[in-house]
Design a protein around this ligand. Structure first.
Ligand SMILES: [Zn+2]
Length: 377
């Protein structure tokens, strides 16, 4: 037996089989062996114990080849349950998902205090209150706006005024389950990669528009964290000089021009009245000239940001998501015009796809990080 055969039969390979079927399954044995670069007999040796223990099962026949049914391998997504928790300044949003990230229940609790111990208490209460019918809970994922390292510690979070808070430890003490902590945009990117519009893409970017502007990166098939967990910190990238400022005082950064609050402020300057974000987009769609101007100038700034991202990273696709993502639909013409003007000739054709967004996507992303932690060898 060669060394490579020994290596491919190690425990890591059983995990790779499970992961491939989780993301791409159900899969025939032939397809699975091809995807993993394994020989038929090696695959059989790996899958036999997984089938015997019930972790894998044979699905419905795919087709008949020469009279013999092809039984694909699959796993039971309801065999395990995961909690995903998104922390905002005022609320805890929690979902429970199955192994494939499908939401099976959700809840929202108010958050009144930002003291780390009290936030951990609130997270534990929310997890405990989630519906518990179909399987034992295998893990908890938590996401929030801020930087995290090693899936354990929040190194910096502006809105909570936290520095180096060991959030995973605090919550694990309370729930008695493995806990993973992630930046919210990275968590969302993970969910898109495994269960969403990024499925099957080796290199793509997620750009989020909402209260802040964020970015997540998958490269070479893996979520990229960066040296300090800060990949995708594009929220204060300067785009064009403007009177508009963000909370840090930058003139014309992404947050000053594109955040939902920035668009609402621009609409107020243009019309003299308070207009909420949805009404700004609806007004622009109807052809209101003042609101059309507001949307087009924010969308043009968005196009510049996307050009910078495409030029630096050369992704297969840019997914636009978050509460404010419809800016990319209503302002599509202005966004694409400035994207094309500012993009390098090699990246000018990067497709931009606007994702429909519901707020529970944030918590679902958190659950995806818990699923990822569970499926990692
Ligand atoms: Zn700024």
């Amino acid at each position: 037996m060669t060394e490579s055969v020994v290596a491919e039969e190690g425990p890591a390979s059983a995990e790779r089989v499970m992961l491939e079927i989780l993301i791409h399954g159900p899969l025939s044995r032939v397809e699975l062996a091809e995807r993993l670069g394994l020989s038929g007999p090696s695959l059989t040796r790996l899958t036999k114990p997984l089938l015997a223990s019930g972790r894998l099962s044979e699905g419905e026949p795919l087709a008949r080849a020469a009279g013999r049914p092809i039984l694909p391998l699959d796993l039971d997504p309801a065999a395990e349950r995961f909690a995903g928790v998104k922390i905002t300044a005022t609320a805890i949003y929690a979902v429970v998902t199955d192994l494939r990230g499908v939401i099976r229940g959700e809840l929202e609790h108010p958050l009144t205090d930002h003291e780390p111990e009290l936030v951990a208490d609130a997270v534990a209460r929310a997890v405990g209150a989630l519906p518990a019918e179909f399987a034992p809970l295998s893990g908890v994922g938590i996401s929030l706006g801020g930087n995290t390292v090693d899936g354990r510690t929040v190194t910096e979070s502006h809105f909570l005024e936290w520095v180096d808070v060991p959030l995973a430890d605090l919550v694990e003490e309370r729930v008695g389950l493995p806990v993973t902590v992630a930046n919210d945009v990275n968590a969302l990117t993970q969910a898109q990669h495994w269960f969403g519009a990024g499925r099957g893409l080796d290199t793509f970017v997620v750009v989020t528009i909402g209260a802040g502007i964020g970015m997540g990166l998958v490269a070479g098939g893996n979520l990229v964290a960066g040296a300090h967990g800060a990949v995708g910190s594009v929220g204060h990238q300067l785009l064009a000089w403007s009177e508009a400022t963000c909370w840090r005082g930058h003139h014309g950064c992404a947050s000053a021009l594109l955040s939902t609050a920035a668009v609402e402020a621009a609409a107020k300057r243009a019309t003299g009245t308070d207009v909420d974000y949805g009404a700004v987009l609806r007004g622009a769609s109807r052809g209101d000239p003042a609101l059309r101007g507001v949307v087009d100038s924010a969308a043009a700034a968005l196009g510049l940001l996307l050009a910078n991202v495409a030029n630096a990273l050369d992704p297969r696709k840019i997914l636009l998501t978050g509460e404010g993502a419809r800016l990319g639909e209503v302002g599509e013409h202005a966004m694409l015009t400035s994207l094309v003007e500012a993009a390098d000739w090699k990246t000018v054709r990067t497709p931009v796809e606007v994702q429909p967004f519901a707020f529970n996507e944030w918590a679902r992303g958190a659950a995806a990080t818990a699923i990822r932690a569970r499926m990692s060898p």
